[in-house]
Design a protein around this ligand. Structure first.
Ligand code: SF4
Length: 267
């Protein structure tokens, strides 16, 4: 939380507004579903808690809210840069030909591609965009875009997509299937396309706007691993069995207190 001082200041006023709005009780209950961004965690229990949308033990702190919203802004900024360079394909509504409105608030245009993979427990997820590399390049073709932003002191540690591969690989295979089913035929740049080459992972430094990029071709063997992991989580969900603990940044895990008490979802 922010430090209180006697004189009015924006730090306290805005901080309180952010804190209150992010931690306000929701007037809806999120349905369970696999969150692809969590699939790379080695801790099945963490993925299981995330699947069930188990409320965190801790409220959102202002510092974390600011970092999350800065991350969203960097996503939008990077997509804008790709668009200016003529490399980005965005989702368009089949009926109107316009960027569809957000599934969540039904007001904000949302150019990200929806992902549905019910067999793997994914009810709804979103892909940042599709990059189309022009013909004549060694990377010509369609690539899933996966953008992450990082604090400057974390950039040094980014050497590969690491656990983000689970998410990026799943998206590449699921969107390719949708492409082959003709779901994006109405989108210029995707008409007649049937193949996704892979995923480009971009990690942006939140201080400088510089980034590291990693291009990875689709890997059916690794996709097999992704499927097995998703099915293992679903198996625990169906059996109402609490998966084992596996250490994964436990000191920062949102569910560390519940985990210590062996909290199990009964519904
Ligand atoms: S506290 Fe550690 S072991 Fe427990 S769910 Fe979180 S990451 Fe897994």
């Amino acid at each position: 939380m922010t430090t209180k001082s006697s004189a009015f200041n924006l730090t306290d006023a805005v901080g309180k507004s952010l804190y209150d709005s992010r931690n306000a009780p929701k007037d809806y209950v999120s349905k369970p579903g696999l969150k692809p961004s969590e699939l790379g965690s080695p801790c099945l229990r963490k993925i299981y808690y995330s699947f069930h949308k188990v409320p965190s033990n801790f409220p959102w702190e202002v510092e974390n809210i600011k970092a999350a919203e800065a991350g969203d802004a960097f996503h939008a900024m990077f997509r804008g840069w790709l668009k200016r360079a003529g490399l980005l394909i965005e989702n368009l509504d089949r009926r109107t030909g316009e960027v569809p409105l957000s599934f969540i608030d039904k007001k904000t245009p949302d150019p990200e591609f929806p992902v549905f993979a019910p067999d793997l427990g994914v009810r709804y997820a979103k892909v940042d965009g599709i990059v189309k590399v022009p013909e004549g390049n060694d990377r010509s073709g369609l690539w899933i875009l996966e953008v992450k932003s990082k604090a400057p002191d974390k950039m040094h540690w980014v050497k590969s997509p690491d656990r983000d591969r689970y998410q990026g690989t799943l998206y590449a295979f699921v969107l390719e299937e949708a492409l082959r089913e003709g779901k994006f035929e109405h989108i210029p740049g995707l008409t007649g396309e049937t193949d996704i080459r892979g995923t480009v992972y971009v990690y942006i430094d939140r201080a400088t706007g510089d980034w590291k990029e990693f291009w990875e071709e689709k890997n059916p063997e690794f996709m097999g691993e992704v499927i097995s992991k998703a099915l293992l989580v679903l198996d625990h969900v169906e059996r109402k069995a609490l998966p084992p603990k596996t250490k994964d940044f436990c000191n920062w895990c949102s569910w560390r207190d519940k985990c210590a008490l062996e909290y199990k979802v009964e519904a």
